[in-house]
Design a protein around this ligand. Structure first.
Ligand SMILES: Nc1ncnc2c1ncn2[C@@H]1O[C@H](COP(=O)(O)OP(=O)(O)OP(=O)(O)O)[C@@H](O)[C@H]1O
Ligand SMILES: [Mg+2]
Length: 235
């Protein structure tokens, strides 16, 4: 079932469209992977969906309800969770305190420890002492227990080793398997395509590919052409 749908979405920065006529779908139980070179417009698209920045035209619908005029706070309450690029946890609080901040009354911390058992042994540790990978586990776990309908994840893997990213990806897959709709922006394209369902590649604000992850993941030449080949060009 489609949880999130954008139609002809246009978002401007300083008056210039950086997201152009984008149609994105995220469904319950699925990961929509969003790829693209630096500056393509991925973060801007997620910020428009969660309401951090205004939408110039087009629509954002959550379960068929128009969100365009709804504030960011109300969109979060309606079920749009946004794990922002570069935004992590409260370093002076323990792991468990960080997790409790987001806990919905219907949810439990055990769900997170089941998702990432590594965190249980670290629950009373000050978050600033956690590794980068463990900190991102906290961020993803927090998204889970807020009971959202859709989770937008923006480059959770920046600066992490591929083996750690792989572990996080498995956690993200589990979020989808639990029934959430996930939109995943990721620079480790191959790892994201392995766990994802629907793939989008963005270039200069527009989608230049829309299809399934397996097809794109099995066609490295196309992936290179669509995405990796764009790095170094002005996006
Ligand atoms: N705060 C801002 N003010 C003005 N322009 C911005 C701002 N943030 C981003 N832009 C511009 O908007 C365009 C899209 O940027 P965006 O950050 O959405 O790309 P991205 O795909 O997330 O890139 P990255 O992979 O580097 O995170 C770029 O041309 C960028 O320079
Ligand atoms: Mg970005």
């Amino acid at each position: 079932m489609n949880i999130l749908e954008t139609e002809n979405l246009v978002i401007k920065r300083m008056g210039i469209p950086v997201v152009r006529e984008v149609n994105l779908v995220a469904s319950s139980g699925e990961i929509s992977v969003l790829l693209g070179a630096n500056g393509a417009g991925k973060t801007t698209l997620l910020e428009g969906i969660s309401g951090i920045i205004p939408i110039a035209s087009g629509s954002v619908e959550l379960e068929g309800n128009d969100m365009v005029k709804v504030s960011a706070g109300k969109r979060a309450l309606a079920g749009i969770a946004h794990v922002e690029q570069g935004r992590t946890i409260f370093g002076s609080m323990t792991t468990e305190e960080n997790l409790k901040v987001a806990l919905h009354p219907d949810a439990s911390l055990e769900e997170i420890y089941e998702l990432f058992p590594e965190l249980l042994a670290r629950k009373d540790v000050q978050s600033m002492m956690l590794s980068g990978g463990e900190q991102q586990m906290v961020v993803i776990g927090r998204a889970l227990v807020g009971r959202p309908k859709v989770v937008l994840i923006d480059e959770m893997s920046a600066g992490l080793a591929p083996v750690v990213v792989n572990r996080l990806m498995k956690g993200v897959r589990r979020l989808a398997d639990l029934g959430l709709a996930v939109v995943l922006v990721e620079q480790f394209a191959n790892l994201a395509l392995e766990i994802g369902d629907r793939a989008y590649v963005m270039r200069r604000g527009s989608f230049v590919y829309e299809g399934d992850c397996a097809t794109l993941g099995n066609d490295p030449d196309q992936l290179h052409h669509l995405y990796l080949g764009d790095i170094g060009e002005a996006a």
